[in-house]
Design a protein around this ligand. Structure first.
Ligand code: NAD
Ligand code: UDP
Length: 323
């Protein structure tokens, strides 16, 4: 397949480009480098099957030649990034999704949306199944991201229903691993960089809030399976809803961990002498988050394989080499 990956120079996108190339596909990466980096593409930039286009997906996306699939990942994703790039985030989710769907329609290509667990907001149901409608503050600071992704999901399904585009929606839960930026602002990269520098680890609030952390190779395996699975549920995969793969699919590791426990684990794994310090909890910071992954298990035969200690050790190794 020839796959267009928007946001392909970012943390997740670069691993997805690598994976798709390794599976024998060709890849066109479209990215405006707002939060991504060309060095994330170093392992694949010389591959004849890989092409990079610096472009903002909020503008019309023109690609010559056939396209078999569009994977739309372009969007700021870290809370500090989307709070700094509020209008760009709304535009990437709204105009960017519209343009990426327009490209899929013009090329008769399959479409994958990288959505997020943030569509569940500060959830009142834990773990969150795909059937849960969520608890989002539409005017809170996180709404620029949450509502953009909720709009993107609605737009994706509208293209499916109105234009019969073959679509898939991945609701991605907290993912970590190599190629996160040291200044990305998300919890795992913050804590590892702080621990390696001997600085205090900044736990927001009392650290009792939970997240469920998925190592990037597991996530990308799930994304590739979701993208490459036939709509009919072939390859032994069962369609889990009347609409088959068109229903949203949670992708995340269901092992739920308190933020304070992550800080302690990272201090132990790095052998750091850093202490833990408390900073104010950001407004609307979700108190719990954990994916129910039965749909991904049944539809894709997917399960995360990398446990937290292993994934953190690999990520610590990556950040140690950066400094
Ligand atoms: P990232 O910031 O590393 O990557 C996003 C990429 O999109 C960057 O390369 C950036 O330059 C690019 N981009 C942003 N706006 C763009 C625009 N208008 N035009 C073109 N390119 C643009 O973030 P990530 O963690 O790799 O996230 C990738 C996708 O996965 C995002 O859609 C995000 O919402 C989703 N997601 C990620 C996580 C996670 O934990 N990493 C969780 C849920 C959802
Ligand atoms: N967090 C923290 N210290 C940090 C960064 C984040 O305690 O330096 C907390 C944050 O308040 C949230 C959790 O860690 O409760 C995960 O934050 P992140 O920004 O990684 O992702 P989120 O799930 O909030 O989008």
């Amino acid at each position: 397949m020839r796959v267009v990956v928007t946001g392909g120079a970012g943390f997740v996108g670069s691993h997805l480009c690598e994976k798709l190339l390794a599976l024998g596909n060709s890849v066109v990466c479209v990215d405006n480098l707002s939060t991504g980096r060309v060095e994330n593409l170093r392992s694949i930039e010389k591959d004849a099957a890989f092409e990079f286009r610096k472009q903002d997906v909020s503008q019309h996306i023109a690609i010559n030649g056939p396209v078999d699939a569009v994977a739309h990942l372009a969007s700021p994703a870290s809370p500090p990034d989307y709070l700094r790039l509020q209008i760009q985030t709304l535009k990437a989710g709204a105009l960017g999704t519209h343009n990426a769907l327009g490209l899929a329609k013009a090329k008769d290509a399959r479409f994958l949306l990288a959505s997020t667990s943030e569509v569940y907001g500060d959830p009142l149901v834990n773990p969150q199944p795909e059937s849960y409608w969520g608890n989002v503050n539409p005017v809170g600071p996180r709404s620029v991201y949450d509502e953009a992704k909720r709009f993107a999901e609605a737009m994706t399904l509208a293209y499916h229903h109105s234009h019969r585009i073959d679509v898939r929606i991945a609701r991605i839960f907290n993912t970590y691993g190599p190629r996160m930026r040291p200044e990305d602002g998300r919890v795992v990269s913050n804590f590892i960089v702080q621990a390696l520098r001997g600085n205090p680890l900044t736990v927001y609030g009392d650290g009792s809030q939970t997240r469920s952390f998925c190592y990037v190779s597991d996530l990308v395996e799930g994304l590739a399976r979701l993208l490459l699975t036939k709509a009919s549920g072939e390859n032994g995969a069962k369609a889990v809803s009347p609409d088959g793969v068109h229903a949203p699919v949670n992708l995340g590791n269901p092992v739920e961990t308190q933020v304070s426990a992550i800080a302690r684990t990272i201090i132990r794994l790095t052998g750091s002498s850093s202490k833990i310090t408390s900073l104010p909890l950001p407004i609307d910071d979700p108190k719990v988050r954990c994916p129910a992954i039965r749909r991904a298990q049944e539809l894709l035969g997917w399960n995360p394989a990398v446990n937290l200690e292993k994934g953190l050790s690999l990520t610590i190794g990556y950040f140690s080499q950066q400094s």
